[in-house]
Design a binder for this molecule. Sequence first.
Ligand code: HDE
Length: 725
Amino acid sequence: MPKKEVKKQRDDRALQSKDAQLEQYTQDATDEFLTSNQGVRINDNQNSLKAGSRGPSLLEDHFLREKLTHFDHERIPERVVHARGSAAHGTFIANGAASRYCKAAFLRKGVATPVFTRFSTVAGSRGSTDLARDVRGFATKFYTQEGVFDLVGNNMPVFFIQDAIKFPDFVHAVKPEPHNEIPQAQSAHDTFWDFVSINTEATHMVLWLMSDRAIPRSYRMMEGFGVHTFKMIDEDNNVCFVKFHWKPKLGVNSVLWDEALKISGKDPDFHRRDLWDAIESGAFPQYDLGVQVIPESDEFKFDFDLLDPTKLVPEELVPVEIVGTMTLNRNPDNFFAETEQVAFCISHIVPGLDFTNDPLLQGRLFSYLDTQLKRLGGPNFHELPINKSLAPVVNNQRDGHMRQTINRGRTSYEPNRLGGGCPFQAGGDMAGFKTAVEKMQGIKVRDRNLSFVDHFTQARVFYLSQTVTEKTHIVEAFQFELLHCTDNSVKERVISVLQQVDVDLATKVASGLGIATPVQVPSPLNLQIPADAPEGEYQPKSAAGLKVAQSKSLSILENPVPSIETLKVAFLLADGFDEKLVTKAVEQLKADGAVPCIVAPLGGTVAGDKGGSLKVDFALPATGSVLFDALYVGSAGKSVTALTADAKAKLFIAETYKHCKPIAIIDGSQSLLFQSLPGVALDSEGDLSAEGIAVITKAAELKDFEAMLEKKRFHNRTDADKVVV
Ligand code: HDE
């Protein structure tokens, strides 16, 4: 075929959308006969073939055998890490800002690229709870015109270890302990803390893990990070370093640990359901893609090494530039075929991007391909619909398990003349992937550069950048985790490590464990730069390098996004509720983008005071305040009496208060609030003085409540701790 024709076909196919490609593989069974896998119609799917109607089943029953065999093989190995996840389809649209640094076609202004994004927890098995204290995976497959690009990141910008050779040890330490497989999806056990307190390079990441970042409110409300430093290459082959960021349009929001524990029981699918429901309702999650660009010449200007994945580049030093936006707008049709079989590989990269020598990244380049071979059973996983490139795949790779492509022709090698030289390589000035040229020199050595030795400076910056509330949460998280450890030496070593981060932090954590400070327990891998360190090819520039003492972007609470979109507001009602105010409030909140939900003591409907009724979305015995963002108590008159007599209703109110969420209450019903909150003092006028409580007398006052919703939480409710729930 002439080259021009090949190119045209290629362009046509590249423009074909991923949805259209997937459509060719989807099937729904409407108006179809049931058949075997060979297409033979089955006339009885209820009874197996027997010798007599009570007699033994016959081996001859090929339908039974085919069905059971398929069933027996329905599971594939779950991911060793990130086993539990949820995904969605969408589109990434570039704004063109990255084209100054990068020649990748998908970053050109206006280019729309289909994407598939999978969010996950790390430690738990496939069936574990969404609300575990854990890192979240944030992996995006871009089906670009130039091939597949996988950005396989996390919701935290750093990692536990600096070198891939430690990864299996780290994962073994955090996973359930091998002798009894306890605990599931938790870092709160001895082996995890044993490992991280010896490997002090984990300290920075452990601080992130103990922060509220580890218990997101929603996958739609967390950041994503590429973690490693990558390279971008422009049209003229200039190279720069880059860090990738995803910034959620809804801002970053987290739940409280007490909520996380309760959500895990009330709805272990909380994040999965939240993502699914938001997309089904048309509230499509959006994230801006940002880059921190570092000129090649600035490689050694920081007080840490850009190749060290336990360090981040403070946004104060290198601002994040937004280069496009991703919108997730379609739920998968089939969890297994798409979410489970999607195969991310950090080696899936397109022209214009490149890897660096980060030793964690280098190991990942091997590990992901290897894991897909095991999980998906062979080298043809790229042919599965969800993994299939939109750009044509043309090469001489052949055969293997489950090969689907039927390659024509007698030449399966290159170069060739018998096949007209096809497929030909994109050499010379034709587009194609080119590795950035990099000067290499050095000795072959199993070692780590001294520039990786500082394990505490950024951990300290992270801690000091948090608000008082966030610092308290970190202290409490450490205490919760370490109180689950049984080995005292492990706890003491953690405190000893924390002393090197911040003495106040270490002392507070230790006080909850009954450990007197200071403690000195050596961590064998806590290396120090020797005073007489020889001049190497690169020394950390701790004195001269770019650094910050604090970084506002590291705090969640310092970066609020005032939006009420998709927040779930529980309307707690009993028969006789205030129909006028409630109906207006429900309508208004819906119009403003929130999600009002009717909660009542029983299922069915709940009757208003004017003869109308509302359908109950959630009945108290089967729900809980922790599944909502705010509460509107919509009762008046006798309906208040009914709620006051209902322990579950009072628990709902008390928890909402304790978790610092906004509460609206209709004037005249305050007694219900007071009775739900014994122990919480009233002010001189007999009211609750706490912030975030709106007393509604007329519909217009809903605005006050909406302003509170925008704030989301009122962490300054100092008496929240006194609420016993
Ligand atoms: Fe992964 N990681 N990882 N990881 N990772 C996997 O690949 C691995 C690391 C991340 O939704 C596995 O397909 C090694 C950092 C995500 O399918 C496996 C090392 C970051 C996902 C693997 C790391 C990640 C994975 C398991 C250290 C953030 C889920 C199943 C050298 C930048 C992708 C699989 C999905 C999954 C190996 C470290 C993110 C075993 C060896 C750092 C989001 O191949």
